[in-house]
Design a protein around this ligand. Structure first.
Ligand code: SF4
Length: 341
């Protein structure tokens, strides 16, 4: 998988007031990428394409350089107290990705250059919770690693959190472009997680992301650089021969990972879920997708604000959880399973 290079760049004039904004403008000018101006990163218009589908695909290779004005970091993720918004949107084409719904008709990739403001807000959140640890999730609205070779904003965030006593950072990625992050002064405050899955899921539902092997090799490098390491196995899908598929995943993971990467490992497990809105969008954008989304075979789980999701029925979810737990116990007896949701 090659590193992401945008085909088109938009810049908010305000972004040029920040060093990173100016640096990025210069970088893309040198590369000869078309740069356009946009009044706001929330309202980018005229992304090329004859129809919605083409515009969607082009949006995924469009980078918008903007200023993050909302500095409220709320999240409903089980893995952290707050989100840390460095970017929104992703170049990947995972069929099941929830960003398709949450970003609606704005699937373009936004990167925020006002890191100074973002770090100030981060410090305030940490202070408020003293003496408790405060965890920030940097991958709530994007796969930041996939973008960071261009911006280095994740690297700066890792180093910023590294300087704190009580701040912790985590993010998850399906990209292997980690080399520039290996010498970041993380001080053990950042947990680097890779998203992994069975061959079946990666092959059928995760176009535009790094291969399993690339991800695992990157995980080895990250562990060598002394980052706490973790894996998110998500979405867990009950595809044909799923038991063998997931067994094979853990077996290969164990075989490839170097010994030093196996200490202090965490696993997070998330079963596949979808909403009616998501289903409609996925069917439009990936019409040939084999992703199973049959409401009748699922359980409806009520969520916040009355917006529910379809998850697996209790019995199936139970079997899924137990099976994966057995594999983790077998191949990684010292690892910690943080949650299954
Ligand atoms: S890599 Fe992650 S954020 Fe990007 S499309 Fe896939 S699931 Fe979504």
């Amino acid at each position: 998988m090659k590193e992401f290079e945008p085909q088109l760049v938009y810049i908010e004039p305000g972004a040029l007031e920040y060093p990173l904004g100016r640096e990025l403008k210069e970088k893309f000018e040198k590369k000869g990428v078309e740069i356009r101006e946009t009044t706001s990163h929330n309202q980018v218009r005229n992304i090329p394409g004859k129809n919605e589908l083409q515009q969607y695909r082009n949006a995924k290779s469009t980078l918008v350089i903007g200023v993050r004005k909302t500095l409220k970091f709320d999240t409903s993720k089980p893995s952290a107290e707050y989100a840390l918004p460095l970017a929104t949107g992703c170049m990947g084409h995972c069929h099941y990705c929830y960003l398709q719904t949450t970003l609606g008709n704005k699937p373009y990739i936004r990167t925020y250059v006002n890191l100074e403001d973002i770090f100030e807000a981060t410090d305030k959140y940490i202070k408020e919770r003293e003496p408790e640890i405060t965890r920030f999730e940097a991958a709530c609205t994007s796969d930041v690693v996939g973008l960071d070779h261009l911006t280095h904003s994740l690297k700066k965030t890792i180093e910023h959190i590294g300087q704190t006593d009580l701040g912790r950072l985590r993010f998850v990625t399906k990209y292997h472009h980690v080399d520039h992050l290996l010498d970041a002064k993380h001080n053990g405050n950042t947990r680097f997680r890779f998203s992994v899955n069975s061959d079946h899921v990666i092959k059928h539902f995760e176009p535009g992301t790094s291969s399993f092997l690339e991800r695992i090799e990157a995980a080895g490098k990250v562990a060598k650089a002394d980052y706490p390491l973790g894996f998110i196995v998500a979405p867990l899908i009950l595809h044909e021969n799923w038991k063998e598929g997931y067994y094979d995943l853990f077996e290969r993971l164990e075989a490839i990972l170097p010994a030093y990467a196996k200490k202090d490992l965490t696993f997070e497990l998330i079963q596949h879920r979808f909403t009616k809105t998501a289903k409609n969008i996925i069917q439009k954008r990936y019409p040939k997708s084999k992703l199973e989304m049959n409401e009748e075979e699922r359980k409806y789980k009520w969520g916040r604000y009355g917006r529910g999701k379809y998850v697996y029925k209790d019995e199936q979810a139970g079997e899924l959880k137990e099976t994966i737990q057995t594999y983790i116990d077998r191949f990684f007896p010292e690892a910690k399973m943080e949650y299954f949701t």
